[in-house]
Design a protein around this ligand. Structure first.
Ligand SMILES: [Cu+2]
Length: 140
């Protein structure tokens, strides 16, 4: 037989466990976008700044791309975009592994990197990568 006090304690422990496990289980399904970190990258003639971007797998990020030039550039890395979860509302901004950013415009994409590795980044506009518009994304 358990005393009323023991029963109460067991209930409290159970409630505590539910409280601890509940949010963790929810986080496994949907990323905690409110905890995201903003990574700002400037695109210009003809470079990415910074050109080396370091991210952590499993963490939510807002990739903020700002084009300082008067004509378009893109942020292209098919391997990287194939290895991330992009927030549904932003998925249309990434086409064939690249994000186009018009002159003087900015584009934000929220994503969670899934696979550790180093990914090559470049602008696919004619000759831009040969002018030095390249970089890398490292996911740790
Ligand atoms: Cu470019």
């Amino acid at each position: 037989m358990s005393t009323p006090n023991e029963t109460l304690t067991r209930k409290s422990v159970l409630l505590l466990l539910v409280g601890l496990l509940g949010p963790a289980a929810a986080a496994a399904q949907a990323p905690a976008w409110s905890d995201e970190q903003t990574i700002s990258v400037q695109l210009s003639n003809f470079k990415f700044s910074p050109s080396e971007i370091t991210l952590q797998a499993g963490k939510p990020y807002r990739l903020h791309l700002e084009n300082a030039a008067s004509h378009a550039h893109d942020f292209s890395s098919a391997d990287f975009f194939g290895a991330v979860d992009i927030r549904p509302a932003d998925q249309a901004k990434v086409k064939e592994g690249r994000i186009e950013v018009g002159g003087g415009q900015s584009v934000d994409v929220e994503l969670v990197p899934k696979v550790r590795g180093e990914y090559r980044l470049r602008c696919t506009h004619f000759m831009h990568s040969s002018f030095g518009m390249t970089g890398s994304i490292v996911v740790n």
